[in-house]
Design a protein around this ligand. Structure first.
Ligand SMILES: Nc1ncnc2c1ncn2[C@@H]1O[C@H](COP(=O)(O)OP(=O)(O)OP(=O)(O)O)[C@@H](O)[C@H]1O
Ligand SMILES: [Mg+2]
Length: 250
């Protein structure tokens, strides 16, 4: 059984169809890349999987380990192991990153019937992971994402991902705004989380990320559909030829 199975998905926003009959199968252990022009529906797809409100599902199915994901609340999806690193992470003033992380991780552990972390245990874990991502301690004590630079927000998303231990990670343009060193640090953080039980979907515009995190499968999305899938060489072909050849296919 696929970890994630999307069949003939149709999604609308304000009476406009954005996802138009999309199919996607992701097995445990696989890393998929989704590339495609601006506005093709990549972020919309990630939001629909994570359960962000505001989208109208007008047809199709999204199954996670064979269960109907679309019927679950976002928190239930997270507890089941779905994680989305947002293209634009939100700020939460008044909630420190540390308190947010602890509350979120413990809520998920509780829902999974795992024991909650004790405070010292959790602090130790956060320090370890943050250290490996070059996230200084003072950042963790600040309001969640408040005043974080673009690259700091992205690193913070990976910190969350490492602590949540999800089984499906969706990373929406995790490489955008990262400097060369940060790209290397974030990529090695992501690579460290690759495992036979875990799948990843990386949405990106740049082949560069895929040099660091080598995908098993690359998909091209255009106008709300997956119009081509292939191996990692497809990313090179896209870089050389652009998306025009796929617009007709869509
Ligand atoms: N809440 C919304 N209201 C109106 N239109 C929306 C909304 N959300 C998405 N859209 C539209 O849906 C289309 C797909 O948007 P989406 O953000 O999924 O694209 P994308 O493939 O992620 O693009 P990019 O590469 O620029 O991030 C766009 O035309 C966008 O304007
Ligand atoms: Mg997007």
């Amino acid at each position: 059984m696929a970890l994630l199975e999307i069949r003939e998905l149709h999604v609308g926003v304000e009476n406009r169809e954005i996802i138009r009959g999309l199919h996607l199968n992701v097995n445990a252990g696989e890393v998929h890349a989704i590339m495609g022009p601006n506005g093709s529906g990549k972020s919309t797809l990630s939001h629909v999987i994570a359960g962000k409100p505001g989208y109208e599902i007008t047809g199709g199915q999204v199954l996670f380990r064979g269960e109907n994901l679309l019927r679950m609340e976002p928190t239930e999806r997270a507890a089941k192991g779905v994680f989305l690193a947002f293209q634009y992470p939100v700020d939460i003033p008044g909630v420190t990153t540390m308190n947010f992380l602890r509350a979120a991780v413990n809520a998920q552990r509780k829902a999974r019937e795992q024991q909650e972390f004790s405070t010292p245990e959790f602090l130790k874990r956060v320090r370890e992971v943050a250290g490996s991502l070059n996230i200084p301690q003072h950042m963790i004590k600040r309001g969640l994402n408040v005043g974080f630079s673009g690259g700091e927000k992205k690193r913070n998303e990976i910190l969350q991902m490492a602590l949540f231990e999800p089984s499906l990670c969706i990373l929406d343009e995790i490489d955008s705004g990262l400097d060369i060193d940060a790209l290397r640090i974030v990529s090695s953080g992501i690579n460290a989380l690759r495992s036979p039980e875990r799948a990843m979907i990386m949405i990106t515009h740049y082949r560069r990320l895929l040099d660091h995190i080598v995908p098993d499968i690359v998909h091209v999305m255009s106008k709300g559909r997956v119009v081509k899938s292939g191996g990692k060489e497809l990313a090179l072909e896209l870089e050389a030829c652009g998306y025009a050849q796929f617009e007709d296919a869509a």
